[in-house]
Ligand binder design. Structure first.
Ligand code: UQ1
Length: 421
């Protein structure tokens, strides 16, 4: 049996905080290093936990506020990935290497990189404990034929291999029974796979199945309607409330539980399986962030942004873009002893890749209401939006968002809607 692993979310910000506390290693735990040994200071005005999208973006913005020498980022990984590209990497439309840059190159110059893992938060004392150990990632990913997952750097290229090797039978795409990063990525790779099978003459032998733990295809009616049309016209089968619980890789069988009838399972033979693993935040996180200000509800000098938070919106780079502009204002106000009035509206966006040259650009807020930037019907599949997703967004990410200059498209939206939206 192949166990379905758990992945982690990241990033929270502690301004006016921390220090690295020397601690006594527990028996059997890896060696812990103190501040002195890693040449980091033991106090930073702003400490950013996690060098993902939210962490790097906020460290750039905080550097402008308090100066590079007063900011540190705790991040164990050597490489930073632009993960939205993995949808296209899994479908063979982009190379994995184009999504990667050294962490050292994305940390703003002068900001201290504490290359370690956050082990413990101690917000009562405005301090954290770090552990100098690389998180153990499954190196080879799952080494089974016909299985891939766009959700890990170790397995995304296996999706492309599984697609190329596919001959016939069920091509199954899963969605787990937990919140996940970019909740539509599991179906984007399905549409791309369907298009690939058509392109390569394999479509007639493929039975394409989306087995999802959810009860709907998309949480916003306007986009759900558009997607259901596509699903119908491309002859895709969707089974709602089906949760993957086991993969028998030796027999190429996937076992699903019917969530409406607990204990009832169904076994599928697969010719290809795209797995979306269950995900959740690391244990150390404080899941109590105000959804408007992004400030912690109990500890006023702790803030959250990005995938690690409990914000009831989806976990995307576009959401982080919207959040960082608000968080910047919140932190400025807190530093001045004032209360900020700017509130995050839950803005998030998902370029729904529906084939190798088409995208539906979904954009919406906390109330699952469309909040579209462009004055056109964005629920239509468009080539222009594909180019925006595949070619313009990476540039905006590396040069705008991560550098602290892009706070989401709200100003463009207002301009294009003559201030009415
Ligand atoms: C966005 O701001 C963003 O972050 C940089 C993305 O992530 C890569 C996106 O995919 C999208 C769509 C946006 C929103 C930007 C515009 C211009 C609609």
């Amino acid at each position: 049996m192949l166990k379905i692993g758990t992945m982690s979310f990241c990033s929270c910000v502690h301004p006016l905080v921390p220090l690295l506390r020397p601690v006594i290693p527990k028996m059997g735990s890896p060696q812990l290093h103190t501040a002195a040994r890693c040449a980091a200071k033991d106090y930073y005005e702003v400490l950013v936990l996690g060098g993902g999208t939210g962490g790097i973006t906020m460290s750039a913005r905080m550097k402008r506020k308090v100066g590079a020498g007063n900011v540190a980022v705790v991040e164990p990984h050597e490489t930073h990935y632009y993960q939205p590209l993995w949808t296209l990497v899994g479908a063979g439309a982009k190379q994995l290497a184009t999504s990667a840059r050294p962490t050292a190159s994305v940390i703003p110059s002068g900001v201290k990189w504490i290359k370690s893992t956050v082990q413990e938060l101690d917000p009562d004392n405005s301090s954290i404990l770090v552990i100098y150990r690389q998180r153990s990632l499954p190196k080879g990913g799952f080494n089974y034929p016909k299985i891939g997952s766009n959700y890990s750097v170790n397995t995304v290229e296996k999706t492309w291999k599984a697609l190329q090797d596919f001959k016939e039978g069920n091509a199954i795409f899963t969605f787990p029974n937990t919140p996940v990063k970019c909740a539509w990525a599991p179906q984007k790779i399905m549409y791309l796979s369907e298009a690939y099978f058509r392109k390569t003459g394999k479509r007639a032998k493929a039975n394409i199945i989306f087995n999802t733990s959810l009860g709907v295809i998309f949480g916003v009616q306007k986009y759900a309607d558009a997607l259901l049309e596509i699903i119908k016209s491309r002859n895709i089968t969707v089974n709602y409330k089906y949760n993957l619980i086991e993969v028998r890789a030796d027999k190429q069988e996937a076992v699903f539980e019917n969530l409406d009838k607990p204990g009832e399972t169904k076994v599928y033979q697969y010719g290809m399986l795209h797995v979306t693993p269950p995900m959740g935040p690391p244990d150390v996180l404080l899941n109590n962030v105000d959804k408007g200000t992004l400030q912690h509800k109990k500890y006023p000098n702790v803030f959250g942004i990005g995938d690690c938070t409990n914000l009831p919106t989806s976990k995307t780079a576009a959401a982080i873009a919207g959040q960082c502009a608000v968080l910047d204002k919140t932190i400025s106000s807190v530093m001045k002893g004032q209360t900020s009035t700017k509130k995050y509206d839950g803005y998030t966006s998902c370029p729904l890749v529906t084939s190798y040259n088409r995208v539906i650009l979904a954009e919406f807020d906390y109330n699952a209401q469309p909040l579209e930037t462009f004055p056109i019907d964005q629920s239509k599949e468009r080539l222009t939006m594909y180019h925006m997703k595949a070619n313009m967004m990476p540039f905006l990410y590396w040069n705008g968002l991560l550098k602290g200059y892009w706070g989401g498209p709200a100003p463009i939206r207002k301009l294009l809607h003559l201030g009415l939206k």
